[in-house]
Ligand binder design. Structure first.
Ligand SMILES: [Zn+2]
Length: 107
């Protein structure tokens, strides 16, 4: 069972209390972008075996969206942080690098 701590209300919620919002930190492309940029934004998603950043909503709790870093292979959760973040916090990235030395870092 995946358990994520909501960064807003502090509840450690099981995944049945949450709704996934898929990949975090998508760069949005709209009018004026190339067809390839727009196609990648609409359809291309990362699906790594390992460190991944995702959007989650605490739907049966405070109702807010937040972001989580976890390992898709082991289900280890590295941490959660507010949805308004444009990139994973530096301390969280340091924590991930300490646990996964082969991780290339957030791009
Ligand atoms: Zn919450």
């Amino acid at each position: 069972m995946l358990i994520l701590e909501c960064p807003y209300c502090g509840v450690k919620a099981e995944e049945t209390e949450l709704t996934p919002g898929y990949e975090a930190h998508l760069k949005r492309f709209g009018p004026g972008s190339s067809d390839t940029e727009f196609e990648d934004y609409m359809f291309a998603r990362k699906n790594p075996k390992g460190v991944h950043f995702e959007r989650w909503r605490h739907v049966y709790g405070c109702g807010k969206w937040f972001l989580a870093a976890r390992d898709t292979n082991t289900l280890e959760v590295f941490g959660t942080y507010p949805a308004q973040s444009s990139a994973p916090p530096a301390d969280l990235q340091d924590k991930i690098k300490a646990k996964r030395p082969d991780w290339k870092g957030y791009k």
